[in-house]
Design a binder for this molecule. Structure first.
Ligand SMILES: [Zn+2]
Ligand SMILES: [Zn+2]
Length: 330
């Protein structure tokens, strides 16, 4: 099969992914063999490819927002011929302290799709059957793919930020994940305040009905109940903190931050304000989000790249030249 392979992590400008023929993965018990129909490109892929995250394997097929057709394997829920989604969380051990306390997202021995095991920048992929999700028929492949991490982890961020209906919520950064999250917030009748650099991202936020849109130096005109930061920047976290009311929460939707600057405790954190990171996802997050996404008919804005242009897809994410999501179709 054809696959985009990372052999040596380096800046995407050096086109680190190489398109090569490799053996198709072999089916193993408890797994599904999938023909990849589409695979979303996530900022985490960029962090893996550029070595912001530690390399774990000598070579790797990235990609963890996989829409695939089951071509072999055992699953009552998803028979051969059906379509499933695969996300970042590719498996857990099931018996560590976190797994036993309903926090499988924090598992001590996790499997991450496209990081600890090969992912979906390829024609075929293998996935643990109990970490796949049936996809509704009305949702096509390329529009389903970005829901599988950007959507699910954006949704988890709202849970981590403890968002309640009708609250004032800030979204700091407006890439793929934020552009899906806004639809959920609107269905909860929340007011959404978007702060983002990049004119095209501000235009997208406006077109999606944000209550207020500003650039990264502008402060929302009201105090926020909750904020979610999507940019991989500690400065953005501090800006978000500075926009909160007392008792408000900032959830950081980023697996990697450039740095965390010093900030004024008395002004910014005192008053029981909270900063929390958002780490991975649970299967319940995935199922709950996919159900909501279907009910409110979320249709992400997508730009499609052929597998041969996987490097270009990552460059587009890095330089924010795509609006919404980038999706690879093999
Ligand atoms: Zn565990
Ligand atoms: Zn992701």
């Amino acid at each position: 099969m054809k696959a985009a392979i990372l052999k040596s992590a380096q800046p995407v400008s050096a086109t680190p992914l190489v398109i090569e023929e490799v053996p198709r993965p072999q089916l193993v018990p408890g797994h599904l063999l999938l023909r990849v129909l589409a695979c979303g490109v996530c900022r985490t892929d960029l962090h893996i490819v550029e070595r912001d995250l530690r390399p774990l394997r000598p070579q790797l097929i990235p990609g963890h927002q996989i829409v695939g057709e089951v071509i072999a394997g055992e699953s009552k829920e998803s028979p051969v011929g059906s379509r499933v989604g695969v996300s970042w969380m590719g498996g857990v051990d099931g018996d560590c302290w976190y797994c036993r306390h309903k926090m499988e997202n924090l598992c001590d021995r996790p499997t991450f799709t496209g990081y600890t095991v090969d992912g979906g920048y390829a024609e075929y992929a293998l996935a643990r059957a109990d970490f796949t999700y049936p996809l509704p028929a009305g949702l096509d492949d390329i529009h389903a793919a970005p829901l599988l991490c950007a959507g699910i982890i954006g949704f988890r961020s709202l849970r981590v930020a403890c968002v309640e209906p009708s609250e004032r919520v800030g979204l700091f950064g407006f890439g793929s994940s934020a552009s899906l999250t806004i639809a959920v917030l609107q269905s909860w009748k929340c007011e959404v305040y978007v702060s983002t650099r990049g004119e095209s991202h501000r235009k997208l936020a406006t077109s999606l009905g944000a209550t207020w849109v500003g650039n990264e130096t502008e402060k929302p005109p009201v105090e926020l109940d909750r904020a979610v930061t999507f940019a991989p920047s500690g400065d953005v976290v501090v800006s978000a903190l500075g926009s909160l009311r007392k008792g408000g929460v900032v959830a950081i939707n980023a697996i990697h931050l450039d740095h965390m600057p010093q900030f004024d405790y008395d002004k910014l954190l005192w008053g029981e304000r909270v900063i929390r990171s958002v780490a991975n996802m649970t299967r319940a997050d995935a199922r709950d989000f996919l159900k909501i996404a279907h009910e409110i008919r979320i249709r992400p804005q997508v730009t499609v790249f052929p597998l041969a242009q996987a490097n270009e897809a990552l460059q587009a994410i890095k330089h924010e030249t795509v609006n919404g999501a980038a999706v690879i179709v093999p």
